[in-house]
Design a protein around this ligand. Structure first.
Ligand code: SF4
Length: 272
């Protein structure tokens, strides 16, 4: 038979629950909690639901209309590519900018061609150049953790690519002429996937997509718009490897994305 708990017992139970919850977050690689609630929701720092490919769009929202064609006219026929496979064929063994002779592999993009969520990074690094796939090094593993352990999705549920498709030497930032030459491919990629939201990873991707010079530290966490699509700027996983204390901010940003997409925020005590 149950009995009413005394006040001290009640407090102890609550503290035990909080400790369990913090332990779970720590296991998930989160190194801190937000200092305050995210935009007034009490669910901001709760645990993630079990993964499921159908958690996106439980109540489908209308997708944005195809973006207006701007730079696509730079490459006649680009606007006629109807699938990502056709777009990849169109790009071919691209030699349109000075990065071409330096690459091992052109890194096009991976994931669900009909994804609701698209992650856009800066440019391939050494691991990506070697394998021909974006975000496969240590930073890539962290991004995968964000998607799978944080959001409860599978990496294959989303679409992942970079602003430019070939590795700049010594991992330097892409130069303006390289971005200008490669950008029409990204624009077409976004048109074809037509995600409901884009997460722009890091200063360069954010500034390239939004055409602003505002520091990422001021943009992150606030919804922007890229050609009719909601865009969330956040820190690049490579930066998080150097500054793990900032993971909590990315987690806040990711939760905003989850809310927009209808990915349920976790219930306390749920397990994966
Ligand atoms: S970076 Fe883009 S434009 Fe330059 S060679 Fe690679 S695919 Fe072509």
């Amino acid at each position: 038979m149950s009995r009413d708990l005394s006040a001290p017992e009640h407090r102890r139970l609550m503290l035990d629950s909080v400790r369990d919850y913090l332990d779970q977050l720590a296991e998930e690689g989160l190194e801190g909690l937000p200092a305050e609630r995210s935009r007034g929701t009490s669910q901001a720092a709760t645990k993630v639901v079990p993964r499921s490919s159908d958690v996106l769009s439980p109540t489908p929202a209308p997708r944005p209309a195809p973006a207006p064609i701007e730079l696509l006219s730079a490459y006649p026929g680009l606007e006629k590519t109807a699938t990502l496979t056709e777009l990849r064929s169109f790009i071919g063994d691209c030699k349109r900018c000075k990065l071409a002779p330096l690459r091992t592999n052109l890194v096009f993009g991976v994931g669900n061609p009909d994804a609701d969520l698209m992650f856009v990074g800066e440019a391939p690094g050494a691991d990506e150049d070697a394998r021909g796939e974006p975000f496969v090094g240590r930073a890539g593993q962290l991004l995968t953790d964000i998607i799978e352990r944080g959001m409860g999705l599978r990496r294959g549920d989303v679409y992942i690519c970079n602003v430019i498709k070939c590795r700049p030497p010594d991992n330097r930032n892409p130069e303006p002429d390289e971005v200008a030459t490669c950008e029409p491919f990204l624009m077409r990629q976004i048109d074809l996937v037509r995600p409901r939201a884009i997460v722009a990873l890091g200063t360069f991707a954010v500034q390239a997509l939004l055409r602003v010079k505002t520091p990422i530290s001021r943009l992150r966490g606030n919804w922007q718009e890229y050609r009719g699509i909601k865009l969330m700027p956040t820190f690049h996983p490579a930066y998080l490897l150097r500054s793990p204390g900032e993971k909590r901010l990315v987690w806040l940003d990711i939760q905003e994305v989850m809310k927009l997409l209808g990915v349920p925020l976790p219930a306390r005590g749920s397990s994966r």
